[in-house]
Design a protein around this ligand. Sequence first.
Ligand SMILES: *Cc1c(COP(=O)(O)O)cnc(C)c1O
Length: 413
Amino acid sequence: MSEYSRDFFLDLDSRDKLASFRDEFCLPEGMIYLDGNSLGAMPLSAKKRVADVVEREWGQDLITSWNKNSWFHLAEKLGDKIARLIGAGLGEVMTCDATGLNLYKLLSMALDMRPDRKVIVMEGSNFPTDNYMAQGLIKQLGRGHQIRFIEKEDIMDAITEDVAVVSLTQVHYKTGHLLDMKAITEKAHEAGALVIWDLCHSAGALPVDLNGCNADFALGCGYKYINGGPGAPAFIFVAMRHQGNATQPLTGWWGHEAPFAFEQDYRPANNIRQMLTGTQPILSLAVLECGIDILCRADMVEIHEKSMNLCDYFIDLVKAYCAGHGFSLATPRRRDERGSQVSFSHEQGFAIMQALIAAKVVGDFRAPDIIRFGFTPLYTRFVDVWDAVMRLKNIMENDLWQKPEYNQLTDVT
Ligand SMILES: *Cc1c(COP(=O)(O)O)cnc(C)c1O
């Protein structure tokens, strides 16, 4: 059936250079967690950090912490650390707000920088919040902008001379398809357009080289592969050459040139601090830093290599052991065309995923028919791939997914 065995994977784990990172995360006994692309696992250091921020910084030092414990500079300090993961420079990245809000800011800035152009190019099947935010923004602006929704095959052709901004997610949330950041950015610049890259499924999962690709703007969230905790602050990247050329629309006091001058009129800070709007969530930032710090100690090239191997083995094993059960691979087979996840489409995807979760293999389901498995090399073992597929095989061979309790819709899938 297959040349693989459980021992084969145990052996890979014994030679894995990243293996020890697993000890830095809280992972429930017996659970195989393949959903780090939705909510990364908790770094154990987060517990101590939260206790310290709550008890000492907030509890004892109170408001003096803004200076004494450098709360005022925490968001940009974390931005500089994230910059190392995405090929950005110092002073080009800020952690703040949610992904959707950061996209809103960047789209608005990009449209202001191309006042004579009215078209935004986006993938129709992108994660909905990106599209919803763009729709909300152009309605708010009321200046006749329109969104040209296309799918990946048509991106290059859609970038014409009337395009103001191309706004794309580098790794597709459902299929894991990876776009060619360099080629698309180049094409957009040739046409006189700007590009915004959503790195939600890239940052911390694969090497990203924003400046190497001459990217204009980017953003991403902190709670997926960066392991920054539920609802962690997102990040935003503005290339140094664009800073000061446009003003983000949410002109709160934290983006002011001199917030503590308390002036009547808004004056934008002409640096990355302008991306801030209001007071930042210090507890959330403190936890986010724990996730970032682990990633900064790991080698992104090694992470990527292990991620590709985990995904390849998973695809091979599903093919070998679950053939004939109706799964079709929705993720590109080629390594250079995918991120760190594997998706299959299956008519009974929802129920199958519920049965898997009950068997302690946690992935997720994306309507209408995609089951999604994220592979996070820092805490996923090779043997987990084997065990997950064996549990899936058991569910399929014994029709366990047909149980009524696995066919009841849940609020969050
Ligand atoms: C996860 C994800 C988001 C999440 O947006 P929030 O504002 O953080 O809720 C947005 N866009 C993409 C492409 C995502 O994958």
